[in-house]
Design a binder for this molecule. Sequence first.
Ligand code: HEM
Length: 163
Amino acid sequence: MPLLSARLRYGAAAQIFHWLTAILVVAAYILSPGGSEQRVYSSAADFNRQTHETLGTCVFALTLLRLLWRSIDRTPEDPPMKPWMMRSAKIVRVALYGLLIAIPVAATMGAFLEAHPLTLWAIGNIGPMFSPRHDVGQTVAEIHTTLGNVILWAAGLHAVAAL
Ligand code: HEM
């Protein structure tokens, strides 16, 4: 399969970006740490949380690379469908890109505002980079949790639209 997309078909690179993103998002979701802040940042939850943070940060980096790739690669034409279907599919696609950026950004900002570092495998602790505002951090962390659930619904809609 060619690396670049053709008029009617996505190329290998676009497909790899797509499926790697899907796998990483599902893995981050399955391993998402739940419960109180104390529990999430307890040493018992360290491995789970750090794995989740690493997977989520990979999603962020991959999305930036994917957007860069999209600016170089062509976007294949959509198959023939009703205009409302085409519009809805486009809205869901744009929403998914927005969520892939907003979820890791909200998570990292929430953690920093709560005075916690971001901890990545093989790298270790990063930050916090802002002075703490614990109340704001808690709200941003809750937004992260909500968006983390929304992306699964949006991905479900996107899969149904693709079918
Ligand atoms: C696309 C990537 C991500 C998805 C889908 C996702 C999803 C979620 C979900 C659904 C929860 C709530 C779990 C529950 O309450 O049962 C959660 C919690 C959490 N996530 Fe993520 N997450 C992602 C990326 C990240 C990143 C990059 C970080 C790095 C800081 C992170 C840090 C956390 C932390 C610390 C919690 C615990 C509570 C909170 O702060 O909301 N997540 N995540």
